[in-house]
Design a protein around this ligand. Structure first.
Ligand SMILES: NC(=O)c1ccc[n+]([C@@H]2O[C@H](COP(=O)([O-])OP(=O)(O)OC[C@H]3O[C@@H](n4cnc5c(N)ncnc54)[C@H](OP(=O)(O)O)[C@@H]3O)[C@@H](O)[C@H]2O)c1
Length: 319
C-alpha cells in the first residue's frame, strides 16, 4: 500500500511516499481502508523532529485521524464492524496511508450524510472546543474571546459559543478576508492578532487560546474579574518565562488560568460529544471548513501550506 513517511526531519521535502506492507490488526484493533486523512498541526511538529525525545524518529509514518471503511478485525473484536464507515484516531502514527489500523475504542461510526473529509476536520478538534468551553464554565450571555480562531478548533468553538448564547464572540485573526469568513460562522467581533480592533469588547468572561506564545499575558489582561482562561494549544510557542509573575500580579481580579488536553477527558465522554457533533454536522447544524483536499502523494504540498500559515480550517488528504 501507499504511505507517507518522514525520510528526513525538517522541511516538508523530507516527506516521502513509500510502498509498505498492509498493516495487520492486532487484538482489539480493526483495519481501515482510508477515504480521508486529517492533516494536523501535530503532524508538522513531528515532521520537524521536535518530538524526537518522545520516540518519534525518522522513518515515522505520520497521521492520527482518518475516516474510512473497516475491512478486517483483530482477535476479540466484533466482526460486525467489517463494512462500516468510521472515523478513527490512529494514535499519532499510521494515518497517512491507504490502509491503517486503530483500536476499536477509538472508532466512531459515521452518520449518513457526513463526508470523510468533514469527519476528520471535526473529529479531533471539535471535542477540544467543547471541553475547553466546558472547562471555562462558559454560560449564556458571557463575552468570549477565541484566540487563533481560523483553525479547526477555533472554528468549532466559535459556533458552539454563538449557539450557546454568548453575549459576544470575538476572534483574533491575521486578515480581513479571514475575519469575514469567521463572521459568517458566528463571530461578532474580529480582532487582530494582538486583540485590537474596531469596537473591541472590553472585559471578557472567557478566553479560549490555541496560540499561547509571547503575547499570552496581553490576553490574560483582557479578562474581567473572575474571568476564565483556557489554553488548548501552542501554535505561537511557549509563553514568556515571567508569565507566572504576571498571573500573580492579577491576584486581586481572581482570574482562573487552566490548560485543557482532551487526553484527560474519559474516552466515553469524548466519544459521546464527538458522536453528537458528527450528527449536528450531518444535519448542517455545525459547519466544518475543509481548506483543501489533496491526494495522499501530495502530503509535502499540504505541509508547505501549513508551514506557510495559509490554511483556514483543515487540509485533508485522500488516498
Ligand atoms: N488541547 C487539546 O486536547 C488539543 C488537541 C489537538 C490539538 N491541540 C493543539 O491545538 C493546536 C492546533 O489547533 P488548530 O488546528 O485549531 O490551529 P491551527 O490551524 O494550527 O492555528 C490556528 C490559527 O492560529 C493563528 N496563528 C498561527 N500562528 C500564530 C501566531 N504565532 N500568533 C498568533 N496567531 C497565530 C492562525 O490564524 P491567523 O493567521 O488568522 O491569525 C492559525 O490559522 C496545536 O497547538 C495542537 O497541539 C490541542
Amino acid at each position: 500500500m501507499k504511505a507517507v513517511v518522514i525520510r528526513k526531519f525538517g522541511d516538508p521535502a523530507g516527506l516521502e511516499v513509500r510502498d509498505l506492507p498492509e498493516p495487520v490488526p492486532a487484538p482489539g484493533q480493526v483495519r481501515i481502508t482510508t477515504e480521508a486523512i486529517g492533516v494536523g498541526g501535530v503532524d508538522a511538529v513531528i515532521r520537524r523532529g521536535a518530538l524526537a525525545a518522545y520516540g518519534f524518529r525518522e522513518g515515522h509514518l505520520l497521521g492520527s485521524e482518518v475516516a474510512g471503511l473497516v475491512t478486517a478485525v483483530g482477535d476479540g473484536v466484533d466482526g460486525s464492524w467489517v463494512g462500516r464507515r468510521v472515523w478513527a484516531f490512529t494514535g499519532l502514527s499510521g494515518g497517512y496511508a491507504e490502509q491503517t489500523v486503530a483500536a476499536v475504542g477509538d472508532l466512531l461510526p459515521l452518520p449518513d450524510g457526513l463526508t470523510g473529509a468533514d469527519a476528520v476536520t471535526l473529529g479531533g478538534s471539535g471535542v477540544v472546543a467543547h471541553f475547553a468551553l466546558e472547562r471555562a464554565r462558559f454560560a449564556p450571555g458571557e463575552k468570549v474571546l477565541l484566540r487563533g480562531a481560523a483553525g479547526s478548533i477555533g472554528i468549532t468553538a466559535l459556533q458552539l459559543a454563538a449557539r450557546g448564547g454568548a453575549g459576544a464572540v470575538a476572534v483574533t485573526t491575521s486578515s480581513a478576508e479571514r475575519g469575514t469568513r469567521l463572521r459568517e460562522l458566528g463571530a461578532t467581533h474580529v480582532l487582530d492578532r494582538s486583540g485590537d480592533g474596531p469596537d473591541a469588547p472590553v472585559g471578557f468572561d472567557v478566553v479560549i487560546d490555541v496560540v499561547a506564545g509571547p503575547q499570552l499575558p496581553l490576553f490574560l489582561d483582557k479578562l474581567k474579574p473572575n474571568g476564565r482562561y483556557v489554553a488548548v494549544g501552542v501554535v505561537g510557542g511557549q509563553p514568556p518565562a515571567d508569565f507566572g509573575t504576571h498571573l500573580m500580579d492579577a491576584f486581586r481580579r481572581s482570574l482562573s488560568f487552566s490548560t485543557l488536553s482532551t487526553d484527560t477527558v474519559p474516552a466515553p465522554e469524548r466519544q459521546a460529544v464527538r458522536s453528537s457533533q458528527f450528527k449536528a454536522a450531518a444535519r448542517g447544524d455545525l459547519r466544518t471548513v475543509v481548506h483543501a483536499t489533496l491526494p495522499l502523494d501530495q502530503a509535502e504540498a499540504a505541509h508547505r501550506k501549513m508551514d506557510a500559515g495559509t490554511v483556514f480550517g483543515r487540509i485533508v488528504l485522500t488516498p
